[in-house]
Write a protein that binds this ligand. Structure first.
Ligand code: ADP
Ligand code: MG
Length: 558
């Protein structure tokens, strides 16, 4: 039985299968490879998915939904013709449609799939994606990160198996830029950066707004239906410009038109282009690479078809991005190839996909200045290569404390409350003086997104353990145990985490922006300041602030 690969996109979804070592895209019933990720409930209460549902977004907005991938892993519900659906339920309809199309195409039942997810998806989002699969009657063999899949395709097509890739994935509503290495049969995501509020849709809006300005209309004042129509026309106009230099946006119903060309579009989109450039810079900076150290720039996502984008990237990077395949099919093909690897077909060399943890995982530690606002202490840092295991040591914050509560968080903010809480471990300890207890916290995180947290009291050897997000896997307790046992053998690395306000705010920002030694420096400085503030010693505060400013200046220059 075939395992299929699925690119479950925000805007469009695709299915792919590996046949004789080649990735073959599976057309839907309309003969198209792309199925719009849109769902609608029709008059008979039946669900329709894809192009029909995309049309109904305009004609029956109250019964239709799209872009639900954005809300995966949240509590948001969508009401379609008085039926409530979660984002994973809506996604499961799309998956079910892809599964049916694949079954028709392959002439056999499809029950297993590999699905791609953005590298930055957190545990909740990954969990929800697996749940969507389960709801669609598909066993999700594995989640693959989208940039890994894109790199797999790029290496296959170019025939140059080895190299460093910059994956520029520009879709309908999101931009994801990743640096991916592929050496010695290992694909490794070195850094990821993105803007999940930036995509092709923004270019549609820019065009629509310009159209309104041109005709002295108020874009924001348009009713929902008109706005949707104008956006649809703008998208068509944008696509035209990928084929030819100039075009005309014609809105027949309103008897209005506007000519547009790529140069004008570039001018209108300057703001968007600047944001794109920031994302690319961050990815390169996080990877500690210069653009010259990148072997190939791979354009991915439908919006990468825009000449405005490729030209802009070319001038920014002084390099011509490569085109390995249709940009909107690159991820799906990679997932298809990966599904083939999963099936262990003889004609595919076995590959190991090593991924990275796209966010920082840590525990809450006491904030001596503001007790109700604990600080994040990083245990596994963002961009760590997976699977990985790290330990850190902590102590008690007050005398004779006999219970300790360790909050487990994910995110880049200095304060825990701004990060995502994954769970909590409560543990009894021997009452001792403040600072005398010794707790070893070990985080083990694997490629499927299972996080195991273990807290050991070094004196009593008492241990508490929590496995997070394990429900999203069809693994038995024993399998999880043996997997975690394997992971434990990985090498361990020890790890750490109105002027005052400004310096602290600056510290928070730098903390989010930096990693490793630099981040540790920031964290140490911030704690120093907080302790100084708590001591109410003005001289000490001033000294700490000066020291912090110097360090932050240096970090910023870097
Ligand atoms: P996602 O990964 O978000 O599901 P896609 O990679 O399929 O999305 O990209 C969808 C976006 O690509 C849409 O904004 C669409 O307008 C845009 N797009 C598709 N084809 C073209 C084209 N030929 N020229 C310009 N934009 C395009
Ligand atoms: Mg995509």
């Amino acid at each position: 039985m075939a395992i299929i690969g699925i690119d479950l996109g925000t805007t469009n979804s695709l299915a792919c299968v590996c046949q004789d070592g080649r990735a073959v895209l599976i057309p839907n019933s309309l003969g198209e490879n792309l199925t719009p990720s849109a769902v609608s409930v029709d008059e008979n209460g039946e669900i329709c998915v894809g192009a029909v549902a995309k049309e109904r977004l305009i004609s029956h907005p109250e019964a239709s939904a799209s872009s639900f991938k954005r809300h995966m892993g949240t509590n948001k519900t969508f009401t379609l013709a008085e039926n409530d659906f979660t984002p994973q339920e809506l996604s499961s309809f799309v998956l079910r449609q892809l599964k049916e199309d694949a079954e028709r195409y392959l002439g056999e039942e499809v029950t297993e799939a590999v699905i791609s997810v953005p590298a930055y998806f957190n545990d909740n989002q990954r969990y929800a994606t697996k749940e969507a699969g389960r709801l669609a009657g598909i066993h999700v063999e594995r989640l693959v990160n989208e940039p890994s899949a894109a790199a797999l395709t790029a290496s296959r097509i170019s025939g140059e198996e080895e190299g460093s890739y910059l994956i520029f994935d520009f879709g309908g509503g999101t931009l994801d830029v990743s640096v991916v290495d592929y050496f010695d049969n290992v694909i490794e995501i070195v850094a990821v950066s993105g803007d999940n509020r930036l995509g092709g849709d923004d270019f549609d809006e820019v065009i629509a707004r310009s159209f309104c300005a041109h005709h002295h209309m108020d874009y924001d004042g348009l009713d929902q239906q008109k706005k949707a129509t104008l956006l649809r026309l703008s998208e068509k106009c944008k696509r035209d410009l990928s084929e030819r230099e100039e075009t005309v946006l014609v809105w027949e119903a309103e008897e209005k038109k506007m000519p547009l060309n790529n140069l004008l579009l570039a001018g209108l989109s300057q703001n968007l282009l600047d944001r794109i450039s920031q994302v690319v810079d961050t990815a390169l900076r996080d990877s500690a690479r210069s653009i010259d150290e990148i072997d190939e720039i791979v354009l991915v996502g439908g919006s990468s078809r825009m000449p405005v984008i490729s030209l802009y990237l070319q001038t920014q990077m002084k390099r011509k991005p490569g085109m390995v395949a249709s940009p909107d099919e690159v991820v799906a093909m990679g997932v298809g190839i990966y599904a083939g690897i999963k099936e262990r077909k003889q004609d595919i060399k076995d590959l190991v996909l090593t991924d990275i943890c796209p966010f920082t995982l840590g525990v809450s530690v006491v904030n001596y200045v503001d007790n109700d606002n604990p600080i994040m202490s990083a245990v596994i840092e963002r961009n760590s290569v997976l699977p990985c295991s790290r330990t850190a040591h902590y102590t008690n914050s007050c005398d004779n404390q006999c219970q300790i509560e360790i909050g487990i968080f994910q995110g880049e903010s200095y304060y825990c409350q701004e990060n995502l809480k994954l769970g909590v471990i409560e543990m009894e300890i021997l009452p001792v003086k403040k600072g005398e207890a010794c707790l070893e916290v070990r985080f083990t995180y694997d490629i499927d997104g299972i996080l195991e947290v273990e807290v050991t009291d070094c004196r009593t050897k008492q241990m508490r353990r929590k496995v997070l997000a394990s429900e999203n896997l069809r693994l038995s307790e024993e399998e999880i145990e043996s997997r975690l046992e394997e992971l434990r053998t990985y090498k361990l690395m020890p790890c750490g985490g109105i002027r005052t306000k400004i310096v602290m705010a600056r510290g928070e920002r730098l903390y989010a922006q930096t990693l490793g030694v630099r981040r540790q420096q920031v964290s140490v400085m911030m704690q120093k300041i907080q302790k100084a503030v708590a001591s109410r010693n003005d001289q000490l505060i001033a000294k700490c602030l000066k020291e912090a400013e110097d360090i932050f200046d240096r970090l910023e220059e870097w």
